[in-house]
Design a protein around this ligand. Structure first.
Ligand SMILES: [Zn+2]
Length: 135
């Protein structure tokens, strides 16, 4: 079967359309089905991987994402990248009474993912439509 690759803009347009209509979608799989159906109105061979769609959805200005996660192993390294959108993670720190700082975990600069040192492994997503801020 042949596949065509839509642009980020086309995926975003399809996402916006789906989210405006439904207001909320409670799984990435469901969201992907809906977006692909929408994309295929443009090109019947269009498809998008769930990884690519996830990255676009969690950083879209018109989507509020909730990430449900389970606790994983502390020893697994995140390598400074967000497991959800692959953007840079920021260290969250707390000041100690001795004037130093202690690392509490990490949070993503682009999407709502955060974790303690016991890494949170994303399991499920809930996407909600939100009004876009006028720029
Ligand atoms: Zn992220």
């Amino acid at each position: 079967m042949a596949y065509s690759v839509p642009s980020d803009e086309e995926i975003e347009d399809a996402l916006r359309y789906v989210m405006r209509r439904l207001k909320g979608v409670n799984s990435l799989r469901k969201l992907r089905e809906l977006v692909i159906k929408e994309l295929q109105n443009t090109d019947p061979e269009y498809t998008v991987s769930s990884k690519r769609l996830r990255k676009l959805a969690v950083t879209a200005p018109f989507i509020h994402t909730e990430i449900y996660a389970t606790r994983g192993e502390r020893k697994k390294s995140l390598k400074g990248r967000c497991p959800v959108c692959e953007n840079k993670l920021e260290t969250t720190k707390n000041e100690t009474i001795f004037g130093g700082t202690v690392t509490l975990g990490y949070k993503c600069k682009r999407c709502p993912y955060w974790t303690t040192l016991k890494r949170r492994i994303p399991l499920r997503y809930n996407f909600e439509y939100k009004m876009e801020e006028k720029r």
